[in-house]
Design a protein around this ligand. Structure first.
Ligand code: ASP
Ligand code: MG
Length: 430
C-alpha cells in the first residue's frame, strides 16, 4: 500500500482532477488517496462560518452559493451527465445546516468544524465519482468515523490507537482480488461521540501521514504545485533551489519555522515507522521531487529561508514591575494555548516578555485578558519573521541590514529576523 496526498491546488480544476486520475492510474500498488478541499474552498467556507456565527444568514448563503457554483463548474468539466448525485446531496445537506441552525460566536470552533469539513467531503466525493467513471473502482471512506480525535475543535489530534482498528477494518472490508484504491478526506476527523472535528489548516498532510502509519505504507507521496521542497518559497523569493534529500529532523525544523511545504504534525507518524515521504510535482509526475527519510547521503548544503508574514510582536510587562516574570510564564502560556495563539519566537528580560505570534482573531481577547490580569501589553503588527537555517554571513547580512528590524536571534546554525513586512508584490533574493 502506498499513500498519496493531493492538496487543494492540485484539485482546483477539472484538469487537476483528471491529472490526479492519471497519477493514480500510473501505479499498480494498492493506493490510499487523501484529498484536500478543492482550490480555496476552505477559505470560502470560513467566510460562510463567519457570516453564520454573526447571524448574517444572507451573507452565509451568498458565500455558500459561490462555493456551490465553483464546484459545479468543475463537475461540468468532468461529467457529461451532470452533477454527481452524491455531491449534490452534500451541498443540500450543507445548505439546510447553514439555513436552519443559528450559530453563536461562542461556538465558533464547533460550527467551523461542522461547516468547513464539507470542503473535503465534497472534493473526495467528486474525485471518487470521477475515478469510478474512469474504471478505477475506488472505495470512498468517511474518515469522520475512522479517525477518532479529541474534541479540541479546529485543532484536533488523531488518537492513533483508537483509529488503528477502524482504518484496518475499513480497508480489510474491501473485497476483490485486484488492485485496491481508497479515497478519503484529509483535514477532518470525528470524536468518539460522532462530532466532526478538523485538524488545523493544511492538516491533510497530517491525515495522510497517520493513514500511512496505520497501514504500514511503503511510502507517502505528497503531490504539490512545486518541484519538491525548495530552499525558499518561490512566491516570495527568486533564485530558489530544490533540496533533493532531507532528514525527518530537517523537515520538522522547516515545518515548525513556518515553511508552507508540509504541516508540522506530518513528520512524527512517518518517522515512528520510518516511512519515506516524497514531495513531488503534480504537474510532472516523473520529476524527482524531494525525499524525506531517516538518513540522507548529503546534508542540506544551501541556506534555507522561511518567511512567515502577518506576524505581531506582543510585549508583555507586569504593571507592578515585579521582577518575577518566571512565575507568570505558565499563566501566560496557558492563555496562549487556550486562545489558539501560535508562538513563533520568544525573548524575555527581567520584566519584559516579547512574543512573536501569528496575527489572528483571538489576539485581542488574549491581550485583554492579560491586561485584566495586571500586565501592560503593547502590540506591533505588520511584521514578518524570516528564519534562515544554515545561514552564511552573506545571506544573513543581506536580510538583516534593511530598516525596520524589531528582533534578531541567532544560534550557530539558525538566524531569525523579525522585521517590517515586505509588500506582497516584492520578490526577495535568496
Ligand atoms: N483544506 C484544508 C486547508 O486548506 C486542509 C488542507 O488543505 O490540508 O487548510
Ligand atoms: Mg492545502
Amino acid at each position: 500500500m502506498v499513500v498519496y496526498k493531493f492538496g487543494g491546488a492540485s484539485v482546483r480544476s477539472a484538469e487537476g482532477v483528471r491529472n490526479l486520475k492519471t497519477i493514480v492510474a500510473g501505479t499498480t500498488d494498492d493506493t490510499f488517496v487523501v484529498v484536500s478541499a478543492m482550490g480555496k474552498t476552505t477559505n470560502a467556507l470560513e467566510e460562510v462560518v463567519s457570516a453564520f456565527v454573526s447571524h448574517d444568514k444572507t451573507g452565509a448563503m451568498a458565500a455558500l452559493g459561490r462555493c456551490v457554483d465553483y464546484h459545479y463548474d468543475i463537475c461540468r468539466g468532468l461529467f457529461d451527465e451532470g452533477i454527481p448525485r452524491a455531491a449534490k446531496a452534500l451541498f443540500d445537506e450543507l445548505g439546510v445546516l447553514v439555513g436552519a441552525a443559528d450559530g453563536r460566536e461562542a461556538e465558533y470552533d464547533y460550527w467551523y468544524d461542522r461547516i468547513v469539513s464539507f470542503g473535503e467531503l465534497i472534493s473526495t466525493t467528486i474525485v471518487a465519482e470521477y475515478l469510478a467513471r474512469e474504471g478505477l473502482d475506488p472505495r470512498w471512506l468517511d474518515i469522520r468515523r475512522i479517525f477518532i480525535t479529541d474534541d479540541r475543535h479546529r485543532d484536533a489530534d488523531i488518537d492513533i490507537t483508537a483509529s488503528t482498528p477502524l482504518l484496518k477494518k475499513a480497508v480489510a472490508e474491501c473485497d476483490g482480488t485486484g488492485r485496491k484504491i481508497f479515497v478519503s478526506q484529509g483535514f477532518i476527523g470525528g470524536t468518539a461521540n460522532g462530532e466532526t472535528t478538523t485538524l488545523g489548516r493544511e492538516g491533510s498532510d497530517y491525515s495522510a501521514a497517520v493513514a500511512a502509519n496505520i497501514l504500514d505504507a511503503g511510502s507517502l507521496t505528497i503531490w504539490k504545485d512545486v518541484a519538491g521542497i525548495l530552499n525558499a518559497d518561490p512566491k516570495f523569493f527568486t533564485g530558489t533551489r530544490l533540496i533533493p534529500e532531507l532528514t525527518y529532523l530537517d523537515a520538522i525544523e522547516l515545518a515548525y519555522s513556518g515553511a508552507q511545504i508540509i504541516h508540522p504534525k506530518t513528520v512524527k507518524p512517518l518517522q515512528n515507522k520510518r516511512i519515506p515521504l516524497y514531495v513531488k510535482p503534480f504537474a510532472d509526475p516523473s520529476g524527482s521531487g524531494s525525499a524525506i527519510t531517516a538518513e540522507t547521503t548529503e546534508r542540506v548544503s544551501v541556506p534555507v529561508l522561511i518567511l512567515k508574514k502577518r506576524q505581531v510582536l506582543v510585549s508583555v510587562r507586569p504593571h507592578d514591575f515585579s521582577f518575577v516574570l518566571e512565575e507568570k510564564l505558565p499563566g501566560i502560556f496557558g492563555l496562549m494555548h487556550k486562545f489558539h495563539i501560535r508562538m513563533n519566537m520568544i525573548q524575555s528580560s527581567a520584566v519584559n516578555l516579547s512574543l512573536c505570534v501569528d496575527e489572528g482573531r483571538m489576539l485581542e481577547r488574549f491581550s485583554d485578558r492579560l491586561r485584566a490580569e495586571g500586565f501592560r501589553v503593547v502590540q506591533n503588527s505588520g511584521l514578518e519573521l524570516l528564519t534562515i537555517r544554515g545561514y552564511d554571513q552573506e545571506t544573513f547580512t543581506r536580510h538583516s541590514s534593511c530598516r525596520g528590524i524589531y528582533l534578531i536571534q541567532k544560534t550557530r546554525r539558525t538566524a531569525r529576523i523579525l522585521r517590517t513586512q515586505t509588500p506582497d508584490s516584492d520578490c526577495l533574493e535568496v
